[in-house]
Design a binder for this molecule. Structure first.
Ligand code: NAD
Ligand code: IPM
Ligand code: MN
Length: 344
């Protein structure tokens, strides 16, 4: 039985990297994925006033997984409208509370921050924290204006993401870095530290380190080999994973999986990067982040051999120097090289 996949290419380079990933999927495992494309995007918003139809979430519910390119066209639609109309509601509706973002070096990739030994798994809390959407503005537009954005951290939410991180650490190098800013944020982050300590007692084999987010950002660059699993809140995880991408060589390399580990609803797979309006019409978007996200989707669907074949083809391609320098090769050239590596 093929897996039923909802494809949301979205905006900008989201469309071309999704096309690339699907070409690779169909070549590596013909017939394995049965895709249905949803043209939900900022263009849809300009035509209909909605990023997705009212029953969009219900439509997605019937799929085995969702694959998303990128959302956002800030010149035409405010980001707070587009992202809160499509990407963020999907993460919340399907309780995709775990955002798994692996960062490791591919052979041949160049980059100013590249350092041997960089191989971390960022586990980002994905449904609450700083992205809770709680807050408001008063006295708008006046000199007395006040804007409040409340970060909400629940025990259930913090415990489940940290537990997931500890479980991942058990399957890796048994090191977990818990990220906070508990020197400045005295409620939520002190609470996060306490939950980390409670769980550490359940996983005595795991070596736990507590880092402030500013310090771990520097450590990721200066001493990445000292880090393995990194667990962070929604906003801190967001920022650290763009840094992780940069250390890998660029935004075009970082993949992600938005997972509901209980599998009650579909999980969603997407590159870490956005719609890149600055290069959207140049044909030079690197499709590797999207293709690596496809690999994560296939692993999630129990298709390990197909996932491994694709990852090997990506690595064989970068090892030859193709797709390794931003802007040097076109999306089509990189995709073609991966497709031909799949034949080898
Ligand atoms: P971005 O990730 O789109 O781009 C940042 C920089 O990285 C740009 O210079 C871009 O050209 C480069 N880049 C990104 N992906 C690349 C790729 N695959 N190959 C080569 N270069 C690549 O971030 P931004 O500019 O802050 O955001 C643009 C839009 O995307 C905004 O609307 C933003 O809200 C949205 N966004 C969406 C997602 C998502 O849908 N998951 C993620 C991040 C940003
Ligand atoms: C990401 C993106 C999103 C996030 C934005 C577009 C809302 O930056 O997936 O990393 O912050 O989660
Ligand atoms: Mn981000």
């Amino acid at each position: 039985m093929p897996h039923r996949i909802a494809l949301i290419p979205g905006d900008g380079i989201g469309v071309s990297v999704t096309d690339a990933a699907m070409a690779v999927a169909h070549k590596a495992a013909p017939g394995l994925l049965q895709t249905q494309t949803f043209a939900w995007s900022c263009e849809t918003y300009l035509e209909t006033g909605r990023m997705m139809p009212e029953d969009g979430i219900d439509t997605l519910r019937g799929f085995d997984a969702i694959f998303l390119g990128a959302v956002g066209w800030p010149a035409k639609v405010p980001d707070a409208v587009s992202l809160h109309g499509l990407l963020l509601p999907i993460r919340k509706a399907f309780v995709q509370y775990t955002n798994i973002r692996p960062h490791r070096l591919l052979p041949g990739v160049q980059g100013p921050l590249r350092k041997d030994g960089f191989d971390i798994l960022c586990i980002r809390e994905n449904t609450e924290g700083e992205y809770s959407g709680a807050g408001g503005r008063v006295h708008q537009g006046t000199g007395d204006e006040v804007a409040v954005e409340t970060a909400i951290f629940t025990r259930a939410g913090v415990e489940r993401i940290l537990r997931f991180g500890f479980e991942q650490a058990m399957g890796r190098r048994k090191k977990l870095a818990s990220v906070t800013k508990s020197n400045a944020q005295k409620y939520s982050m002190v609470f996060w530290d306490e939950v980390t300590r409670d769980l550490a007692a359940e996983f005595p084999q795991v070596e736990v380190s507590h880092y402030h987010v500013d310090a771990i950002a520097a450590r990721m660059v200066m001493a990445p080999e000292s880090l393995d699993v990194v667990v962070a809140s929604n906003l801190f995880g967001d920022i650290l994973t763009d840094l992780g991408a940069a250390i890998q060589g660029g935004l075009g390399f970082a993949a992600s999986a938005n997972i509901d580990p209980t599998r009650k609803g579909p999980s969603m797979f997407e590159p870490v990067h956005g719609s890149a309006p600055d290069i959207a019409h140049l044909g030079i978007a690197n499709p590797i982040a999207a293709i690596w996200s496809l690999v994560m989707m296939l692993e999630h669907l129990g298709e390990g051999p197909a996932a491994a074949r694709i990852m090997a083809a990506v690595e064989a391609t970068t090892a030859k120097g193709i797709g390794t320098v931003p802007g040097q090769d076109t999306t089509d050239q990189i995709t073609a090289a991966i497709l031909s590596a799949l034949e080898a």
